[in-house]
Design a protein around this ligand. Structure first.
Ligand code: ARG
Length: 579
């Protein structure tokens, strides 16, 4: 609808340019917003206020000319001029009703991608394998997963890339320690955190051990078979820990999506050669660097992107450059999205710029860092265990399920244990994910079990429960969402408000895909659930006045149910039929 209105305005502007009312050559950004108060129309645009000055007219006069020049359209019932010169568009209720009827018949709920389908690489999760996944990896994993699901739903081809840190100097220390362990004691690897700490302790205490660790890195990098065997074994164990977390979280990541840093090893020398051939490299204290004028330190000196250390070693940036080339040349991506901590923003700005200058990627390929803020504890300070250690993700998820179990059991003491566990899993994991997804990606947020498990407010339990309420209406009638006849007729204001919200699902998902912001989908679903509540309260379904009215209302309920379910699924939440 917003796009339609934009096109209508575009048309009107063109005809006002033609008759001389507006000067030629204006390219305004046409803003169309949904209105807060629906008695003033469904959508509003401030275009007349924006162009009044270049037109040399009063905004209201220009608004009147625009309204007169707007082509007729079946979706628009009327356009009013309001306040200082807003154009207020009233959606045609019959057209809206018919489009919702059509959405209900469509397995994609009438949602289409605005623009052509693309091949999109989504770089997500990407923990370092030397250690256990901790809470810091939660955000990348679930925000990336939600956006990937939305892109797929819109028809894009998504290639998930788990760019794990599986290379680097820490591996020497780990291999040296692994080598020392008798085979049956290697069970210590059940807890990578403990293993890492023990190895680090040995490294710090014994010079001999430290030397051995350094030697092993060199041998590993030279491709020594025994080193590679130990390294592979270590990574397999570490990745199996990650997979356990992914499975418990219900994110769509498998071993097949792993494309770690080590996968690019053989290409790193080529990357450096290619940069050299383009004349982009400068030697600085033996290190090979790319200096970019637009990135400077506090003293105003250009900052280097180091691609090879004095000793010959390659860096994080070098690997990212190789990965970009691969994503272009081999994966043929139109777009690459990086779900990585906001604190790496400078790194990505730099490597994107280097890749462009070196023509590793074409100008048409979009590279977007989808940064996110830090997850803090309930006290607003960095998330830590009571003794100051890092919180393992798996422990956090187990605790969420336990808390949800106690909560659901208290509410429904009569439920059997299997069902209780199933509900507790969906509610507990859903709560952790939703609490994160519902915050703006770039802000920091406090992790708070009480808040996220509350049945009130913009939370997973509230939305999961809202869905079960819709499902229960249909269960009572013994009908499925797709088994309602008749047609939608929008009369009561609550029906119209609910319908207007339902009709915006497609625009909304396109926005999530464009900006990588799942929180607007959360806000949308929360609002949808609220509008459904007031509709259900004011517009009786089972006690409707006529069979036609009942069918119309049931169809609105069915579309609400399907939209809630689809929306939650796109966020990666499992819905329940009852709870
Ligand atoms: N392993 C890195 C870390 O834990 C994140 C990697 C993100 N992806 C990338 N292409 N650099 O900080």
């Amino acid at each position: 609808m917003k796009d339609t209105i934009r096109q209508l305005i575009q048309h009107a502007l063109a005809s006002l340019v033609e008759d001389g009312t507006l000067p030629a050559g204006l390219t305004p950004d046409i803003q169309v917003e949904t209105t807060k108060d629906r008695s003033h129309g469904d959508y509003a645009s401030n275009i007349a206020m924006m162009l009044a000055k270049p037109a040399g007219m009063k905004p209201r006069d220009l608004a009147a000319k625009l309204v007169a020049a707007l082509p007729a359209n079946p979706q628009v019932a009327r356009v009013d001029i309001a306040g200082p010169g807003f154009l207020n568009f009233f959606q045609d209720q019959a057209w809206l009703a018919a489009s919702l009827d059509a959405a209900l018949r469509d397995d994609h709920l009438g949602v289409r991608k605005a623009g052509p389908a693309q091949r999109v690489a989504v770089d997500l999760s990407s923990p370092n394998l030397a250690k256990e996944m901790h809470v810091g990896h939660l955000r990348s994993t679930i925000i990336g997963d939600a956006v990937a699901r939305v892109l797929e739903f819109l028809g894009d081809t998504v290639i998930r890339q788990n760019h794990v840190g599986d290379w680097g100097t820490q591996f020497g220390m780990l291999l040296a320690y692994l080598e020392e362990q008798p085979v049956d004691a290697q069970a210590e690897l059940h807890d990578l955190e403990v293993f890492y700490r023990a190895a680090k302790k040995r490294f710090d205490e014994s010079a001999e051990f430290a030397d051995r660790a350094r030697e092993l890195v060199v041998r590993l990098q030279a491709g020594d078979a025994e080193c590679l065997r130990l390294w592979t074994r270590f990574n397999e164990i570490s990745l199996s820990h990650c997979q356990k977390v992914y499975d418990q979280l219900g994110v769509k990541l498998t071993m097949a999506d792993v494309k770690g840093e080590s996968a690019y090893n053989d290409d790193l020398a080529n990357v450096v050669d290619a940069l050299k051939a383009k004349g982009l490299l400068t030697e600085d204290d033996g290190a090979l660097c790319v200096f970019l004028d637009e990135f400077r330190n506090a003293e105003g000196n250009p900052l280097p992107v180091i691609v090879q250390k004095a000793g010959g070693g390659y860096l994080y940036a070098t690997t990212d450059l190789a990965a970009m080339r691969y994503r272009h040349k081999v994966l043929h991506c139109d777009r690459v999205l990086y779900f990585v901590d906001q604190r790496q923003a400078l790194h990505f700005q730099q490597v994107f710029e280097v890749a462009r200058r070196a023509a590793f990627v074409p100008a048409s390929m979009d590279l977007e860092h989808m940064g996110f803020g830090t997850m803090n504890g309930a006290d607003g300070k960095p998330f830590k265990t009571r003794d100051g250690g890092t919180v393992k993700l798996i422990d956090l998820l187990d605790e969420a399920e336990q808390r949800a179990y106690a909560l659901v059991k208290a509410k429904n003491p009569e439920l059997g244990d299997d069902e209780l566990r199933h509900i507790a899993h969906a509610v507990g994991i859903g709560a952790v994910k939703y609490a994160d997804l519902s915050k703006h990606r770039t802000s920091d947020y406090s992790f708070n079990f009480e808040q996220m498990l509350s049945f009130e407010g913009n939370t997973a339990p509230y939305l999961l429960y809202a869905y079960t309420r819709v499902a229960s209406i249909f269960r009572k009638l013994g009908k499925g969402f797709d088994e309602v006849g008749g047609q939608i007729v929008l009369e009561a204001p609550q029906e119209q408000a609910l319908a207007a919200q339902l009709a915006q699902f497609g625009d909304l998902l396109n926005n999530v895909a464009l900006k990588g912001v799942p929180h607007i989908l959360c806000a949308y679903l929360y609002e949808l659930a609220g509008l459904f509540s007031s509709f259900y309260e004011h517009c009786p379904i089972l006690a409707a006045q006529t069979p036609e009215q009942q069918e119309s209302r049931l169809k609105l309920a069915a579309l609400t149910g399907r939209t809630l379910k689809q929306g939650l699924e796109l966020l990666g939440l499992e819905t329940l039929e009852r709870m």
